[in-house]
Every structure is written in C-alpha cells, then in structure tokens.
Design a protein around this ligand. Structure first.
Ligand SMILES: Cc1cc2nc3c(=O)[nH]c(=O)nc-3n(C[C@H](O)[C@H](O)[C@H](O)COP(=O)(O)OP(=O)(O)OC[C@H]3O[C@@H](n4cnc5c(N)ncnc54)[C@H](O)[C@@H]3O)c2cc1C
Ligand code: SF4
Length: 494
C-alpha cells in the first residue's frame, strides 16, 4: 500500500473526491465511525436516530461496495476521527493520509492539524475559490445574481445567452396554495437489508423505509422524482398540507449531502427530462434553481463568511429554546404541532416549514440563534454544518444583521393560512392579533416589528412593514397579548 485515503461519511462517491484517482492495489481506504458522532449525552449529540441510521448505514454500504471492487477497507470505530486515523496509521506505519477537503471548518482544522493532505473538494459544482471571487466582487450577496451567473457559466436551461422560457425566474407561477384534497403519487419505500438491520440494532433505532442507504437506493429516488414528481414540482413547491407530507419535493438532499449522488448527476437527469418534453419550464427552472443556485450559494457563503459567522446574534435574541421544539404536545399551534410531529417521524420537512414555521417562530419569539441552530442540526436528516449555518443564522433568524438576506423572513398567520391547510382546525385564528384566540404568529409578528422598529426603519426593504405597524390602533393591547403568548409558549400552554 502506498497511501491511506480517508473517507468522511459525506464523501461517498466513487467518481469524486479522493476516490476518483484511487487504485485497489495501492490505496487503503479508511472510514471512521466516531463515538462523538454515535453516542448521545456528554461525548456526543442528541442526533435524530433516523439521521444517525442513515449516515452510518450509507457509509457501511459504501464501504462494502469498495471491498467488492477489490479495495482493502478499514472501517474503524474510535472515540474521535483523529484517534481512529492514529490507530490505522499505527498499523500501516509511514503511509501518508489523503482526503478531499472536508465540508466543515471544524473537521478541516482537525484533519489539517493531524497532517492529512487535502485534494480539492469537488462535491459541488462551484469550486470554493470561484465562489470567493464572485462574492468579493459583490456589494450585497444576492442569491439571484449568483444564480444567473451559474446558469450562464454551466450553460443550463439557456437559449444562447438568454434564459430558456424567456425569464430567469418563475416564482409567480410557483406559489400556489395546496389543492383542496390532495392525493399525489405514492412515495418510494426503501427495502432494508442485513447492514441496515445491524446498524438499527446497534443504535437502538426502529427502522423506517423512508430513506435509502445505498447508491442504488439514491439513484432509485432520483429516478422516482424525475418520473413521478418533477413535472409538478414548481407550482406546489411552497405549499404545505397535512394530506401529503412531501408533495412533489425530490427528497434528494440527504444523498446530495453525503455524496451518494453528485449534483451534476441530479442536474443532468433534470435537464434530460426537460429536453425530452413534458416538464413545464416553471418546474424545471424551480428545481434547477434549488440545486445549482441555492445549494451552491449556501455552501459558498459558509466558506466565505468564515467560522465565526455561526456565533452571530445581531438581534440580541436570548430566549431559551421553547419546549414545543422537542414536544409537539407542548403547543396548541396546529402548524407547529404537525411540523414537529413530522420531524420526529422522519427527520424531514420541506423548505417552507423550515423557514416560515420553525425559523419564523424562533425569529419572532427572539429565541437564541445558537440554541435554535443546534436543535435544527440535530433533528434533520440532511443537516450538515455547511448548509444549516447559513440557512439558519442568515436566512432563518436574521442573526447576521442582513449579511446574507436584505430583510428578515418574518410573517404572521395570514401567510401560513394562505399556503397550508393547518389553520382551519387550529384553536387560533390567523386573522386576529389580540385576544385569547389570536394566532401567536400574527401577534408576535407585529410585536417583533415593534421591538426592532428603530433598526428596521433604516432598512428601506422594511419600510412598508414599519409603516403598517405605525398604523395599528391596538398596539397597547397587542403588546400585552404578546407578553402572554411568550409566557404561554415557554410554559407549553399556547
Ligand atoms: C432554515 C432552513 C434550514 C435548512 N437546512 C438544510 C439542511 O440542513 N440541509 C439541507 O440539505 N438543506 C437545508 N435546507 C434547504 C431545504 O429546506 C432542503 O434542502 C430541502 O427541504 C430538502 O428536501 P428536498 O431534497 O426534497 O428538496 P427540494 O425542494 O426537492 O430541492 C432540491 C434540492 O435543492 C437543494 N436546496 C434547496 N434549497 C436549499 C437551501 N436553502 N440550501 C441548500 N440547499 C438547498 C437541496 O439539495 C435539495 O435536495 C434548509 C432550509 C431552511 C430554510
Ligand atoms: S392559526 Fe396560527 S398557530 Fe394556528 S395553524 Fe394557523 S398559523 Fe399556525
């Protein structure tokens, strides 16, 4: 053996990262399952079992596929990644360790300090230096400007130098509320095998069939999305309904994030389907925007903004995490009860519940951003550090003072009522801002604006909202109700 290739659990692709140049006759492959990752409590985190199961089982399936190809694979269990690597290096003395650049600042620093040599991380479509040079040339880091550059640079959905379909953006078409009674195509179930059963037994998890744990399963998920959901993805992408837990979302983020799928494979499949006809432009554009726009932008911003960015708390939000985030029975808010129950069941909800329900609630209640971030990191199937930090700190709770988004995504019950079927059976009324049956979102939206009106008045994109606040005739009652709501949320009675 000439070198050790260290494979983090999110580098599981044979054709990218350190494996693309790997040779079974000269490269030893090492994966480390660290106690820091697996155990809960003092040494580890309180990860959702579904996420742990997914990450570990995917890594073990991938290790098996490399062995079948003829590689020698050391799958090590150790207290930390570095102690695992130390053990392997002691066994194979003198071999250098290489790895593709890791996906978080923490892992980057730990592996660099141990002497691991990095090769470029090519698990994204945008090299880190290229994003850096784009960002350095911007006054404000608008995703839309980055996205248009990406479309042109990668030549995706373009007619020469113009966007296909005559527009860069079909947001207006893509904001439909959910249909009255919705029955979409069935979701794919993933069969379990011996590796899955072993992992589930080790971590004490009752297996579901929601998430694939192998490359083939991830490819099946992609195929299923393209065949059964892609055409209708766009118009319903912001809708929320209790009739169907994912509508037409692709459910591909876990596989993109652990590299069972590469974004180029997802984009190629989408473009191929669009070119063969039958996929409306608003769905094609809406989906491509998420993958080559949002995903790449968020990763670029993570590295551009630096390791301290996650500690931002520019709105001085210091409330402790509300009990409802860990217990759906601790609230009467139907939208939150349903969303937290969904997360407990399968570690996933789509981008609108993440943004307009969970983050919105953390924002308008003034919940500490770092406590909320830690919770989000623990409960979602796809919650990698690089993607959660900008999405939560920048987009979700505006804790960065507007570095990423020009204004906070705060909204009252009217938005949720329009985009979901949560409000009808709820004990609260989205139209009311005061009184016992006032929707907590509606009350707290105005209270949030009121608390921050001086700083928001300087932001021209917030002027309409601040103007609306100044016209409220019931502000004194609203402030009293807001205090009651916050107390009730802390006590788990609202
Ligand atoms: C507050 C907040 C937290 C989020 N945390 C995560 C996270 O931890 N991990 C994660 O992968 N996504 C995160 N997202 C983005 C998005 O919610 C998920 O990627 C998406 O819900 C995954 O489901 P899907 O694969 O069906 O996505 P689809 O709706 O089908 O979208 C296709 C793909 O686009 C990418 N994408 C879309 N939006 C974003 C985005 N804002 N940031 C990065 N990628 C995006 C994902 O890879 C996704 O698989 C977050 C969004 C918000 C608002
Ligand atoms: S009324 Fe308010 S709390 Fe109830 S479901 Fe609607 S938005 Fe949520």
């Amino acid at each position: 053996m000439k070198r050790i290739i260290y494979l983090p659990f999110d580098h599981l692709h044979r054709d990218f990262g350190a494996l693309k140049s790997a040779d079974p006759s000269s490269d030893l492959i090492v994966l480390v399952e660290s106690a820091r990752m697996v155990s809960t409590g003092v040494t580890g985190r309180n990860w959702h079992r579904e996420r742990l199961f997914f990450l570990i089982s995917s890594a073990r399936h991938f290790a098996q596929s490399l062995e079948l190809e003829g590689f020698t694979v050391e799958y090590v269990k150790a207290p930390t990644t570095v102690s695992g690597l130390e053990a392997v290096q002691a066994k194979y003395a003198g071999l250098p360790i290489i790895c593709a650049e890791p996906s978080s600042f923490r892992q980057f620093a730990a592996l660099a300090a141990f002497g691991v040599k990095f090769i470029e991380n090519d698990f994204f479509l945008t090299p880190r230096p290229l994003f850096q040079s784009w960002a350095e040339g911007q006054k404000s880091y608008l995703m839309e400007s980055f996205y248009r550059k990406q479309r042109t640079r990668l030549n995706i959905l373009m007619d020469g130098s113009e966007p296909a379909g005559g527009a860069w953006n079909f947001d207006k078409e893509n904001r439909l509320p959910p249909p009255k009674k919705y029955e979409g195509p069935l979701y794919l179930e993933h069969e379990r095998d011996e590796i899955d059963r072993q992992v589930a037994a080790e971590i004490g998890h009752e297996m579901t069939t929601t998430w694939a744990t192998s490359r083939q399963g991830a490819l099946n998920q992609l195929e299923n999305f393209i065949a059964n959901h892609f055409a209708e993805f766009g118009p319903l992408e912001d809708a929320m309904t209790t009739d169907n837990w994912a509508l037409h979302h692709s459910l591909l983020s876990p596989y993109l994030n652990n590299a069972l799928l590469h974004p180029s494979e997802v984009v190629s499949a989408a473009v191929k389907a669009f070119n063969s006809g039958g996929i409306p432009i608003e769905s094609a554009e809406g989906f491509i925007r998420q993958v080559i726009g949002w995903r790449e932008y968020v990763n670029g911003m993570y590295w551009f903004l630096g390791p301290d960015y996650r500690e931002n708390n520019q709105l001085n939000a210091d409330r402790k995490l509300l009990p409802l985030f860990n217990d759906p029975a601790a609230t009467q808010m139907n939208c939150i009860k349903e969303t937290v129950s969904d997360i407990q069941e399968r570690a996933w909800v789509h981008h609108i519940p993440r943004l307009m329900l969970l983050s919105n609630l953390a924002l308008v209640t003034g919940t500490n951003p770092q406590e909320f971030l830690e919770w989000m990191r623990e409960v979602f199937i796809d919650a990698s550090e690089w993607v959660m930090v900008p999405n939560v700190i920048g987009m979700g709770v505006h804790a960065d003072g507007g570095q990423m988004m020009t204004k906070p995504y705060a909204a009252g019950g009217a938005y949720i009522s329009r985009m979901s079927n949560y409000c009808k059976p709820c004990v609260y009324n989205p139209k009311l801002r005061t009184g016992e049956t006032a929707c907590p979102f509606t009350t707290l939206y105005w209270d949030f604006l009121d608390r921050h009106k001086e700083s928001f008045a300087k932001n021209h994109r917030m002027s309409q909202q601040v103007f609306g606040l100044n016209r409220l005739s019931d502000l004194p009652e609203l402030r009293i109700r807001a205090k009651e709501v916050l107390k009730g949320l802390e006590a788990g009675t609202i």
